[in-house]
Ligand binder design. Structure first.
Ligand SMILES: Cc1cc2nc3c(=O)[nH]c(=O)nc-3n(C[C@H](O)[C@H](O)[C@H](O)COP(=O)(O)OP(=O)(O)OC[C@H]3O[C@@H](n4cnc5c(N)ncnc54)[C@H](O)[C@@H]3O)c2cc1C
Length: 386
């Protein structure tokens, strides 16, 4: 039997949930959200939730700054709870990158975010427990924090459903129907759904679906490994940080716990081989910044794949050549922190033909038609995942 609706969102992760929520709030009509698994089956069910807005290009900074306002005011802006926990955030910067940092902070400030540039003695006053060896300056975001990605996803979905959307878990999308260059419906393992509009927010699943109608999405999966630790009480964890020098980050969670990155395993490792010994390899890089943390107890650890575009930036917008087909994916290990603004911007593009909350034109698929260029003159030479 064919079900009929006005919009289908494929994927009930945070990007799909946010897109569905904002489309529903705009009154687009009947929305069906399908997911082949349960809610949180993808990266959204495994994310750490480190939120910050310091990037080295304006488009991502804008999405992150605008999204932070949702996370901080979730109850009013969305409804429900996203597990927001204010922590503040340090981005360590190497001495040779300070002029780039100043330009990148200027972009954050122009977008309305409160950001401080700290020299080492100022940073030490705020966080005396840190070792600042090899660091030239610190970007300090006092208003950043963490949120629970699963809570945020469930909350967005609940609010979307409160605005009339229907959630169909355990419903796999198998093909997109296109007639005369226009979307007409979605085939699923629970039957056909007729709709003039489909948003692909299915992570790597978006690639296979798009390929079936002749569209090549340059997406790959990469596995991210993290560990939850219980630091000794002598280590005071006051802020999240990201550090290109030790290639580490940490984000505090409630009850004194924290989450850290586990260094990538060699290529032959599978997720199943992710042992406690592997997880404990997370501690030495963090101990370079937080001496004493090597004595933490590793409480649990996990790995999950996220979807990446070749330049590590999101893919958000319409798909040329197929009217009614849109995409919102490629979180690239950092898709949680930009999802609210990305979802709102895409809903504006779909309903009003123009995104106003943030400029998402740089995230279009057609950027891959030409040779990839730097996203700004102030890109850092070394990246930290997240
Ligand atoms: C371990 C880990 C830690 C992370 N930490 C952070 C962090 O600290 N900060 C941050 O900002 N980001 C972080 N991220 C990244 C962030 O979690 C992701 O970028 C984001 O959650 C992606 O959301 P999504 O909705 O695009 O995709 P997903 O959450 O992957 O959702 C895609 C959904 O599509 C469904 N699907 C796939 N194919 C089909 C199909 N054919 N039919 C129907 N449904 C389909 C899947 O079941 C899945 O539920 C982390 C990611 C991981 C894995």
């Amino acid at each position: 039997m064919t079900h009929t609706c006005d919009a289908i969102v494929v994927g009930a992760g945070l990007n799909g949930a946010a897109t569905a929520f904002f489309l529903a709030r705009k009154g687009i009509g009947r929305i069906v959200i399908v997911d082949s698994g349960m809610v949180g089956a993808g990266a959204s069910g495994a994310a750490v939730g480190l939120l910050r807005s310091h990037y080295d290009n304006r488009p991502e900074t804008e999405l992150a700054v605008k999204s932070l306002t949702f996370f901080r005011n979730w109850h009013e802006a969305v409804g429900g709870d996203c597990g927001w926990m204010p922590t503040g955030f340090f981005r360590f910067v190497e001495p040779e990158e300070i002029s780039k940092m100043e330009a990148n902070v200027a972009v954050q400030r122009a977008l309305g975010e409160t950001v401080q540039i700290l020299d080492i003695s100022e940073a030490r006053r705020i966080a005396p427990q840190f070792s600042f060896n090899g660091i030239g300056a610190v970007v300090y975001e006092p208003g950043s924090g963490t949120a629970d990605n699963h809570e945020a996803t469930v909350s967005m979905l609940r609010r979307a459903c409160a605005h009339g959307a229907e959630l169909w878990p355990f419903t796999r999308a198998t093909a997109i129907e296109v007639e005369a260059g226009r979307v007409t419906g979605l085939m699923t393992d629970r039957g056909r759904i007729a709709s003039p509009l489909i948003v692909l927010a299915a992570g790597l699943g978006s690639k296979d679906l798009a390929a079936l109608c002749g569209i090549k999405l340059p997406l790959v999966e990469k596995t991210i490994r993290v560990a939850e630790i219980l630091p000794p009480e002598t280590v005071q964890l006051s802020v999240s940080y990201m550090d290109p020098v030790s290639d580490s980050w940490i984000t505090p969670r409630c009850q004194g716990r924290a989450i850290v990155a586990v260094p990538p395993a060699h290529a032959a490792d599978s997720v199943a081989e992710f042992s406690r010994t592997d997880a404990e390899r997370s501690l030495p890089p963090v101990a370079r910044r937080l001496p004493g943390i090597e004595n933490s107890i590793v409480v649990r650890w996990w790995a999950r794949a996220d979807c990446y575009a070749p330049d590590g930036k999101p893919l958000i917008g319409g798909i040329d050549g197929v009217d009614g087909l849109f995409i919102n994916t490629a979180g690239a290990g950092k898709g949680h922190k930009v999802a609210p603004a990305a979802g709102m911007a895409l809903s504006e593009l779909i309903v009003d033909s123009k995104a106003t909350i943030a400029d998402i034109t740089p995230f279009c698929l057609t950027r891959f038609d030409a040779e990839l260029r730097p996203w700004s003159d102030t890109e850092y030479s070394k990246r930290v995942i997240g």
